[in-house]
Design a protein around this ligand. Structure first.
Ligand code: FAD
Length: 436
């Protein structure tokens, strides 16, 4: 078991809301629009409204029904690395060439994705990779504690299952890459335990006997229902006076003071606007001269009702890049990185691949009455979200680009946004997350 005697300095630096009130660091109240009611936007709405700001969440659909609706529900405290890593090209190429593999690049999306792919490959260089992991870790590691503070004990206990997470492999031998990953995790104080086949069975008796080894992460876990998480955060925000405007944001127009948001419900004036519109953030940014490096990385799920108890925690098949999680809705199996236009029709092949993966992981499973879903991850090439002000207009801020890790990254994202809006020094160095 890796040593974690030096508890993270990030956790120690969290400023509880009550202390903020107590020492009068509360900045002047502002009117703030948050565009997008996913986990990122609603987390920002909660953090900003509880500091006394007048917050309006502008959502064109339903709260929590974008990418945040159907994800794998896992939160990672040190278990997740940037998607690009040393040697990723040699791993991803066979995946791309294999029609049954987990990666697909639609030819129509190639011109938009090519520059993104170049940056993605560069992130995989050893030194860049380590620095990026460090930044991701600092953002994600405190997420469970922050959610507890945001939701309150009762809602947190209802929604959170801090039962750890497992990564599993069929092959027995550790590669040099595995050893590098272990050393990085240890360096960052992440608790993990490499376990053998017997220990795997003890933790998850229903897993295929073909799995021979794993890693157990005791500080990761999952939520019981992603939409209920987002709704729970929104309920809390409304308790602090936040409101919802059911409308589509069409354009953002910075003014001498503040900002005008053109919406399908008419123009709305605010002191500041937070763009947390998932993949649509790049379209809203463009007229303001910002080209956000976001790819539309579509992921899929299948959810099989009534069999969630087959496992007790998220299980990642590391070689095939899919994850199974037990949820209120049923057993959810997620995966696939499909680079295609957000509006392109769902690809029925992808659900079939996930069904096959589920059967390989849990051979006794009967995937009856399953439901299928596709969501668009707003993915940056370096896996780091975009958090902070527009380069020349401080009234416009961005909170997007969480890719595969929105649940884990949203609370610290919201904390950083609330620091910036209040004019405080961000509680975490946010240079790596700036608009780019
Ligand atoms: C298959 C899959 C599995 C995943 N598993 C996990 C996991 O296990 N753990 C994890 O941490 N992350 C996971 N993720 C990633 C996670 O779901 C995302 O990072 C996260 O949901 C992004 O949240 P968001 O708030 O930025 O975007 P969204 O949830 O997409 O929210 C954006 C919102 O903005 C609204 N909107 C867009 N444009 C406008 C407009 N112009 N006006 C008004 N509203 C607008 C949309 O309707 C939407 O509600 C997974 C993703 C997928 C696809």
């Amino acid at each position: 078991m890796a040593d974690r005697s030096n508890a993270s300095p990030i956790v120690r630096s969290l400023r509880p809301y009550t202390r903020l009130q107590g020492n009068r660091q509360v900045a002047q109240k502002q009117s703030i629009a948050v565009i997008g009611g996913g986990v990122s936007g609603v987390s920002c709405a909660l953090m900003l409204s509880r500091e006394g700001n007048r917050v309006t969440v502008i959502e064109e659909g339903h709260i929590g029904h974008g990418c945040s609706w159907g994800n794998g529900a896992q939160y990672n405290a040190g278990s997740a690395f940037p998607m690009a890593h040393p040697g990723i090209v040699w791993k991803a190429l066979p995946w791309l060439l294999n029609p049954n593999g987990p990666v697909r690049l639609a030819p129509r999306e190639l011109p938009r994705t090519l520059p993104w792919l170049v940056k993605f490959i560069l992130t995989g260089r050893p030194q860049a990779w380590e620095a990026t992991y460090s930044a991701i870790h600092s953002l994600n590691q405190p997420c469970a504690g922050l959610y507890r503070e945001m939701l309150g004990d009762a809602a947190w206990s209802r929604l959170f299952r801090p039962h750890g997470a497992l990564h599993v492999w069929r092959n027995v031998a550790l590669s040099p890459q595995d050893q590098l990953v272990d050393s990085l995790r240890t360096k960052h104080g992440v608790r993990f335990e490499r376990i053998d086949a017997k220990q795997l069975r003890d933790l998850e008796p229903n897993l295929s006997r073909e799995y021979n080894r794993g890693i157990y992460f005791p500080d990761s876990g999952h939520v019981t229902s992603p939409p209920e998480l987002v709704q729970g955060l929104m309920d809390r925000a409304e308790g602090f006076g936040a409101s919802i405007l059911s409308a589509k944001a069409l354009a953002i127009e910075p003014k001498a003071t503040g900002v005008l948001v053109q919406t399908t419900a008419g123009p709305q004036s605010f002191d500041k606007v937070i763009v947390a519109a998932g993949i649509a953030s790049r379209d809203l940014a463009k007229p303001l001269g910002v080209s956000l490096s976001l790819a539309s990385e579509r992921g899929y799920h299948i959810t099989i009702p009534d069999v969630a108890s087959a496992i007790s925690r998220p299980v990642t098949d590391a070689a095939s890049a899919f994850v199974a999680t037990p949820l209120n809705e049923g057993l959810r199996v997620v995966g696939i990185a499909e680079f295609d236009s957000p509006a392109a029709p769902r690809n029925p092949m992808q659900g079939k691949k996930l069904q096959a993966c589920a059967k390989l992981m849990l051979p006794e499973l009967s995937p009856d009455n399953l439901t299928e879903w596709m969501g668009v991850r707003p993915s940056t090439p370096d896996s780091l979200p975009i958090i902070g002000p527009h380069p020349s207009n401080p009234a416009v801020l961005y909170a997007t680009g969480h890719g595969h890790m929105g649940i884990s990254g949203a609370p610290m994202t919201a904390a950083l946004i609330s620091d910036i809006v209040a004019g405080r020094a961000p509680r975490l160095n946010n240079d790596r997350f700036r608009v780019r």
